[in-house]
Design a binder for this molecule. Sequence first.
Ligand code: ADP
Ligand code: MG
Length: 419
Amino acid sequence: MIPECPRSGETRSRTRVQHGPAAELRQDRSVSGLLSEIRSTIQAGPFTEHYTIIPGKELGRGKFAVVRKCVEKCTGHEYAAKFMRKRRKGQDCRMEIIHEIAVLELATASSRVVNLHQVYEMASEMVLVLEFAAGGEIFNQCVSDREDEAFREEDVKRLMKQILEGVAFLHQNDIVHLDLKPQNILLTSSSPLGDIKIVDFGLSRMICSHQELREIMGTPEYVAPEILNYEPISTATDMWSIGVLAYVMLTGISPFVGEDKQETFLNISQLNVSYTEEEVLQLDQAALSFIQMLLRKRPQDRATAEQCLKHPWLKSSDCQDTQTVEEIVLVKDKEASSTTSSSTSSPEPPSSATTPEEEEDGPVTEELIVMAAYTLGQCRQSSTSEKEALAAEQKAISKRFKFEEPFSALQEVPGEFIY
Ligand code: ADP
Ligand code: MG
């Protein structure tokens, strides 16, 4: 796999972009938000009777899945086969695989989501036979130092539009992806630069009006503040990740990544994002404004995917091959009485999508809040009693520390912790 790519001469403790493990934060196995019905006929193995696995050609690997290139024997067509273990950490996860299949089925109407061809089930694993995205992850271009390989702004605009079309489609159908990052955005070809395909619905969830989702999931650098705070998840949670994604695609820098997970989480919960890095200063105002209308702490203040598609930065693009918002097909019949467009699934548009700078909170001070580490501890708790126990502990250790660059000694800030 691609190694981590630290940025040389970094003054802040931030690296460019990491290819860290997916779903590192996943903690519980709540079944809420999972779809359980699928249309696909599950083929009984053996898989290799119908497909030839291309030897040595591993396309990717996660904690519980290996993706290999394969060729369907009867047609000669190439596919990506995602082999997924049914038991993970001693638990039966077949239901979660069924959910991933169901989401892929629901999304067949969107060309921006990878197509599911077939499903196989063996004794200990299931295989999702997916459309092969020959261009690989956009991660490769994000971290590339070679000018001919890295994205140009026009490329980012075109690809970002396509990502938003896919995400708008998912959100219209009450699906949140919850793991949007460069490793899960693939390309149909890399040279010439093709179209995007969104993959990996392993963490995705269905948002229901009658049930709040508060789960710990995602990948540290892309995770939204509400996930760290154990607050409700909504379509806006994905929009935060799109903001991070746009920043990364345009600059090659991961805006919140720290030396370790804890520092990354602190950066996120403090909204400690730099808009003064050299690479960011080179961006045009419209691109910056696009990012800033997504990297907002309050989910309801973030732009929706549809609002993003109308943003001047994307409107100014040369390319014409994208869909209009109206063309993004809505496949799911909304129940007339449904209240799924509640505040959790459809956050109010920001008061001004184009001038978010006006709403910034003034100068950002560098404050390391030690408390945040404990907040995280709370996130991991699932039972109320455990949470209460932890809250009591928090009160005992609430302290604020300030630091200045270059990093020296921590200086305690007296006074109440504002939380
Ligand atoms: P995980 O849940 O383990 O992250 P993913 O679905 O993200 O699994 O797949 C892991 C990796 O495999 C992806 O990041 C990508 O590099 C590769 N991959 C997945 N699906 C495809 C595909 N359809 N075509 C090409 N490569 C793929
Ligand atoms: Mg993945």
